[in-house]
Write a protein that binds this ligand. Structure first.
Ligand SMILES: Cc1cc2nc3c(=O)[nH]c(=O)nc-3n(C[C@H](O)[C@H](O)[C@H](O)COP(=O)(O)OP(=O)(O)OC[C@H]3O[C@@H](n4cnc5c(N)ncnc54)[C@H](O)[C@@H]3O)c2cc1C
Ligand code: FES
Length: 269
């Protein structure tokens, strides 16, 4: 159990909650924690950017009834934190001077922002270009943060309604960047709504670019015991949440198509 020590308004419907939890400070980009809100329930949440040595955070979008309650939390409120769990984006195959693409949409930008910070902090000479997608300008989190990490010229916002940056969808901007880029990209890292990830997966596959995707499913135990997060042969809380394009290749009946509801029934997305 810990207390919320700070709240940051990231966009019109997304807030970051800062807290102190020693284990969470060891989280790698893509890992998540189970966050318990008294009298509401427990949610899986990506561990967000760190605020200094001892402070971790989660970044919450007010979506359904549960996350709206979490979003309304205030400084001093108590939350339970269990984690970090799951795997993380894998940077180990990147060579020096690699160029990579980060693509994030909505709260999918949470692990993407953590990854951008990790890339920026490494002196391995990896260059990253980021695409940040939202429905509209006011719903776009982390724009300033990503510009600071990666350089303004390497960050491309896209909005569905054209209120900021490229007017269109993330995978369309991705295709445009890949079309004009003279040097190749060695990896694409992506997190966002699953339809968006499916479109990015198809672009990456068409161009033979290795890619990694952070997925969401219903997660109850978070440690591989209950089976509520299964997708194909994978138990997402342990084998994921980050899956590679190779792993997703065997999931064509589920990835971007269907997921299990809270009762375990497969329902269309
Ligand atoms: C690995 C992972 C990382 C995520 N990271 C983020 C993030 O960084 N930011 C963010 O805003 N959202 C994140 N989510 C989604 C988040 O867990 C919720 O699904 C989302 O907030 C929507 O919840 P709701 O308000 O619609 O839930 P409701 O259905 O309204 O909530 C009702 C209750 O259901 C439970 N519940 C809701 N979602 C889940 C779930 N996925 N698994 C188990 N129980 C659940 C909660 O106990 C909640 O009280 C992540 C999900 C996963 C799997
Ligand atoms: S959440 Fe229980 S097995 Fe993944």
């Amino acid at each position: 159990m810990t207390r919320i020590e700070g709240v940051v308004q990231e966009s019109s419907n997304i807030r970051t909650f800062v807290f102190r939890d020693e284990l969470s400070t060891s989280a790698k980009p893509g890992q998540f924690a189970m966050i318990w809100l008294p009298a509401v329930g427990e949610f899986p949440m990506s561990l967000s950017i760190r605020f200094g040595k001892d402070l971790s955070s989660i970044t919450v979008k007010a979506a359904g009834e549960g996350s709206k309650r979490l979003y309304e939390s205030r400084k001093g409120d108590i939350v339970g934190v269990r984690g970090p769990y799951g795997n993380s984006f894998d940077l180990s195959t990147l060579k020096s001077k690699s160029r990579v693409l980060l693509v994030g949409g909505g709260t999918g930008l949470v692990p993407i922002a953590a990854l951008a910070k990790e890339i920026a902090s490494r002196k391995r000479n990896v260059r990253a270009t980021a695409i940040l997608a939202a429905r509209t300008k006011n719903e776009l989190p982390f724009l300033g943060f990503l510009r600071k990490c990666l350089g303004r010229e390497n960050v491309f916002p896209t909005t569905d309604d054209g209120t900021l940056g490229y007017w269109g969808l993330a995978h369309e901007k991705l295709e445009e960047i890949l079309e004009v880029s003279k040097t190749g990209f060695s990896q694409i890292f992506c997190c966002g709504p699953e339809k968006m990830m499916l479109a990015v997966y198809k672009v990456a596959r068409q161009r033979n670019i290795p890619s990694q995707f952070s997925l969401e499913r219903i997660m109850k135990c978070g440690i591989g015991l209950c089976g509520s997060c299964t997708i194909g042969k994978y138990v997402l809380c342990k084998d994921g949440p980050v899956l590679t394009h190779k792993e997703l290749g065997s999931l064509e009946r589920e990835f971007g198509v269907a997921q299990r509801d809270k009762a375990g029934k497969l329902v269309r997305l």
